[in-house]
Design a protein around this ligand. Structure first.
Ligand SMILES: [Zn+2]
Length: 80
């Protein structure tokens, strides 16, 4: 397997991510502003998932803006 390939487990499925695009989290309230920020920073609309569906204990699932437990995960899936 390519070591540069970044994957994340979402609902039992390994999803390949764009290596240069991070996974970020947002609460309900800040989802819209975080999506806008993501678009501004990376010039690409993120794919959104429910934070609870992300199966990775190492990730800090708190809102990037206020630190509350996140409802959404923002990330960029690599197309096939
Ligand atoms: Zn927030």
């Amino acid at each position: 397997m390519d070591k540069k390939e970044k994957t994340i487990r979402i609902e039992g499925k390994d999803v390949v991510l764009h290596p240069e695009h991070p996974v970020r989290f947002a609460c309900m309230e800040h989802a819209d502003t975080q999506i806008d920020e993501y678009v501004d920073e990376f010039e690409a609309a993120p794919d959104t998932y429910r934070a609870a569906s992300i199966e990775d204990d190492k990730l800090d699932k708190r809102c990037r803006e206020c630190g509350a437990p996140a409802d959404f995960a923002l990330l960029r899936e690599k197309g096939m």
